[in-house]
Design a protein around this ligand. Structure first.
Ligand SMILES: C[S@@+](CC[C@H](N)C(=O)[O-])C[C@H]1O[C@@H](n2cnc3c(N)ncnc32)[C@H](O)[C@@H]1O
Length: 212
């Protein structure tokens, strides 16, 4: 089953929303109880793949992520491309905080292993000149949050940073890296070099964000 929901589609002659349930089309009054039920039905019934392919941002709703909506759309689109090209892909994330940007990979059957490298400082420098606080920053807390979503056995956590880590700690080739650790030029360059060392040469994808 594939459902496409058009939220608040403007219809002439009345405030209605459209819900396509393949065939037929059902018209549901805006703000009606039936519409709320239909949307919650859609959310429950849509498979993970359908949600991912439609870049459904609710895939980020369970654990807070320090990304913007546009970042999330891009991250989901990249995940779609990588899982299509490399089913069974391995994901490496540098800087995971609460696990917000890990959650869609945890839910993805096509993701075999998740490596999360995080130095877990309580305060970190930033190229923008601000020092960002991460109170109670811990891997245990991240795993606890993620375990409410799905079993976490496929996550390998490494407390540390790429300045001192040997790339051999990653014992599989990685198909997708996301660099979101310390947002300084020096740290990001080191993270990038580390990713180049562990990326699968054929078809590896890499993505990083350092808004400066
Ligand atoms: C911007 S947050 C990550 C946000 C997360 N990706 C998300 O979407 O919610 C930055 C994370 O990088 C970690 N960190 C700070 N310095 C680091 C370093 N040098 N290497 C690896 N991780 C670092 C912090 O502990 C923090 O969890």
């Amino acid at each position: 089953m594939f459902l496409t929901v058009i939220r608040d589609a403007p219809l002439t002659g009345g405030q209605m929303a459209l819900l396509y349930a393949s065939d037929p089309v059902i018209l549901i009054k805006k703000n009606s109880r039936r519409r709320r039920i239909a949307f919650s039905f859609f959310k429950t019934m849509a498979t993970f793949e359908e949600r991912l392919n439609s870049l459904d941002l609710t895939l980020f709703e369970n654990i807070q992520s320090q990304t913007t909506e546009d970042d999330r759309r891009s991250l989901l689109a990249i995940q779609c491309a990588v899982r299509e090209r490399s089913p069974g892909y391995n994901y490496l994330e540098i800087g995971s905080h609460l696990g917000g940007s890990l959650q869609s990979h945890l839910l993805d059957d096509k993701c075999s292993t998740i490596y999360s490298i995080d130095k877990r400082p309580l305060v970190q420098p930033d190229e923008r000149g601000v020092r960002y606080g991460y109170p109670e920053n811990s891997t245990a807390r991240m795993l606890e949050l993620l375990s409410e979503l799905a079993p976490t056995e496929k996550i390998i956590t490494i407390d540390g940073d790429t300045k001192t880590l040997d790339p051999n700690v990653i014992d599989e080739k990685i198909q997708l890296c996301f660099i979101d650790g310390e947002h300084t030029d020096v740290a990001t360059s080191l993270d990038f070099e580390f990713c180049l060392d562990v990326l699968d040469g054929a078809g590896g994808g890499s993505f990083f964000t350092t808004p400066m």
